[in-house]
Design a protein around this ligand. Structure first.
Ligand SMILES: NC(=O)c1ccc[n+]([C@@H]2O[C@H](COP(=O)([O-])OP(=O)(O)OC[C@H]3O[C@@H](n4cnc5c(N)ncnc54)[C@H](O)[C@@H]3O)[C@@H](O)[C@H]2O)c1
Length: 248
C-alpha cells in the first residue's frame, strides 16, 4: 500500500534532502515549494508529485490541501532567515518571517490534519532551528519565530494526540544548503567549523535521517519533541569562551 508524505520547501536544501530520504524510505512524496519550477524539478528527480504551495499564503495552502487525498507524513521545512540586527528589523520583515516560519506551520498543520487523522498514525515533523534555543546577533526575528514554532510543536502534540497524530521537530545547527551558501559572505571559510565538536558543518542528509526516524513507527511513542541536530554546537559554549579570552 502506497503511503504519502508531503514536504514544504522541498525545492532545495534541507527540504529536498528530506524529500529524498522519505522517497528512499518508500513514501510517494509531494515535493511542494512556493517556487513551482523548483517543486517540479524535485519531483522529477525523485519520482514524486510537484505542488505549488506558498506557506505564507492561506489560499495557496488550502488549494494544495484540496489536491492531496491521503497523507501519512507532513514535514514543514519551508522557512526564511533574513539577517537584521533588532534595531533595523522593519514591520514588513518581521511579519513576513512570522507568516512563513510560524503561521505557515500552523496553516499546514490545520489544512492537512484531516488526511493525517484519517491515516490513523499520521506524523508531523517541523524544522525549527538551534536559534529557537540560543540568540545570535542579527537573527532576532528569525530566532523569535523559531522559538514560537518550537512551542507550536508542543501545543500540537497534545491537541492532535487523540487523532493519532504525533508532532515533533528537528532543530538544525549549521547546515550547508543553497540558502546558507548564499548567505555566507565572501572570504568566509564555511568548511572550517572550529566550534562544532563533531568537526564539520551538517548536510541536509544529517537532518533527513532524524526526520525519517521521527516519521517512522520506531518513534511511535515520541511526540512533542524538538530534537537538536547540531553536532554538539550548543553544548560547546566553553570553547567559545576560551576563544574570546585568548590573548590576541
Ligand atoms: N541551513 C541551515 O543552516 C538551517 C539551520 C537551522 C534551521 N534551518 C531551517 O531549515 C529550513 C530549510 O532551510 P534551508 O537552509 O534548506 O533553506 P533554503 O533557502 O536552501 O531552501 C528553502 C526552500 O524553501 C522554499 N520557500 C521559501 N519560502 C517559501 C514559502 N513561503 N512557501 C514555500 N516554500 C518556500 C524556497 O523556495 C526553498 O526551496 C528552514 O526552515 C530554515 O529555517 C536551516
Amino acid at each position: 500500500m502506497t503511503r504519502y508524505a508531503l514536504v514544504t520547501g522541498a525545492g532545495q536544501g534541507i527540504g529536498f534532502g528530506i524529500a529524498k530520504r522519505l522517497t528512499d524510505d518508500g513514501y510517494h512524496v509531494y515535493t511542494t515549494d512556493y517556487d513551482e519550477e523548483l517543486a517540479k524539478a524535485a519531483a522529477q528527480k525523485l519520482g514524486g508529485t510537484a505542488l505549488q504551495l506558498d506557506v505564507g499564503n492561506p489560499e495557496s495552502v488550502k488549494a494544495a490541501a484540496a489536491k492531496v487525498p491521503e497523507l501519512a507524513v507532513l514535514v514543514n521545512s519551508a522557512g526564511i532567515y533574513p539577517w537584521s540586527p533588532l534595531l533595523s528589523i522593519s514591520v514588513e520583515e518581521f511579519d513576513r518571517v512570522f507568516s512563513i516560519n510560524v503561521r505557515g506551520n500552523l496553516l499546514c498543520m490545520q489544512a492537512f490534519h484531516p488526511q493525517l487523522a484519517a491515516d490513523g498514525k499520521g506524523a508531523i515533523v517541523n524544522i525549527t532551528s538551534m536559534s529557537a534555543l540560543a540568540p545570535a546577533v542579527g537573527v532576532g526575528s528569525y530566532a523569535a519565530s523559531k522559538a514560537a514554532a518550537a512551542m507550536l510543536i508542543q501545543q500540537a502534540s497534545i491537541e492532535f494526540a487523540p487523532d493519532g497524530i504525533r508532532v515533533n521537530g528537528v532543530a538544525p545547527g549549521s547546515v550547508q544548503t543553497e540558502g546558507t551558501n548564499r548567505a555566507i559572505k565572501e572570504g568566509d571559510e564555511p568548511q572550517k567549523a572550529p566550534f562544532i565538536p563533531l568537526g564539520r558543518l551538517a548536510g541536509p542528509a544529517d537532518m533527513a535521517s532524524v526526520v525519517s526516524f521521527l516519521a517512522s513507527d520506531d518513534a511511535g511513542y515520541v511526540t512533542g519533541q524538538n530534537i537538536v541536530v547540531d553536532g554538539g554546537f550548543l553544548n560547546n559554549t566553553f570553547a567559545l569562551y576560551r576563544h574570546v579570552s585568548q590573548p590576541a
